[in-house]
Design a protein around this ligand. Sequence first.
Ligand SMILES: [Zn+2]
Length: 411
Amino acid sequence: MSDEFEELWSELAPVGRNRITGGYRRFSWGPADTEARGWFVSAARARGLDVETDGNGNLWAWWGAPGPEAVVTGSHLDSVPDGGAYDGPLGVVGALAAIGELRRRGLRPRRPLAVTVFAEEEGARFGVPCLGSRLLTGAITPERAGGLADADGVTWARAMEAAGLDPGRLGADHELLGRIGAFVELHIEQGRALVHSGAPVGVASAVWPHGRWRLDFSGQADHAGTTRLADRSDPMLPFAEAVLEARRAAEANGALATVGKVRVSPNGTNAVPSRVRAWLDARAADEGALRAVVERVDAAARGSAAEHGVTVNGFLESKSPLVEFDHRLRDRIAARVGGETGGLPLLTTGAGHDAGVLATAVPTAMLFVRNPTGTSHAPEEAATGADCRAGVAALADVLADLTGAGPRSRA
Ligand SMILES: [Zn+2]
């Protein structure tokens, strides 16, 4: 394995990194995201790949003419606020490095091979994750996606336009989808299962069902020093009750529930708030457990809101069903890559991915690379150089196998 991965990695590493926190702030269509996408286009072109942008803002770099039964790999370059270095970029840099590795092995794919960069995977700017892949597969309508607004009221359609793309082309692309024979995403593990199993690389079996719900609590703003407790309609109280209930409900159902984003109005130290808007992220191994968590949080929010003279409204912002990755592809990969060592460890994940969205349309698989901290969506997210190289080598093996790559002809 050459140092191509490290070279590419060090080119991309400074883009969008905040010097104070060490975390990444690559928000879709913003300056850092645009720079990262530009880096990808030149890195791909420098490797002789033909780059195109689909109608939904996803990038595709083709080795060989785009055609049927293509094998596609890739991930995303956008980040959560102060995200880690690996979530997304590992799968993009790893894909380019894997193509270099195939070339070094003297192999040429017999089927078209593409590296893709999906737009707005994290949903950090426009609220809905995996927006590029959802649009591509038709899981979200162009009308809804185009109208999603960021915190400043700028819509996805306007932001795309400002980046030089035509929002009139948004929507499902069945021709492009129809070309994909298989999609494989390389990703950093967002947990410590591989640490416990002692393996640098694993293969995903399923993605837990998960979703995002918004809760709006509305009360009455008032003076913190003169308004008697009995006279208040304080939306912070049912909000707090909902947060605690989310934790209790997740524990009771073997699930995960998080309130990581909240907006308070007017957000003054000496004012009873008028409004609290909060977002609940919930994930569980099955739909029943997920529903149970959300229903308990909803009931607690309503009960407490009634007690405190506050109104509450809940909205489902996005929901992803249980995804089981293609068994045949998963087993083929596990045998191909981990054959001599008895197969790759199988992992389930609570994190959503573009691969999870694509799995509804094409045979899809994911490879995970060990993360010693287990932390993700934070600067502490980590992977050793050796494990990244193991991930790239595994991806190269998989791509060689799936594309039926053979020795390059001298002609
Ligand atoms: Zn990711």
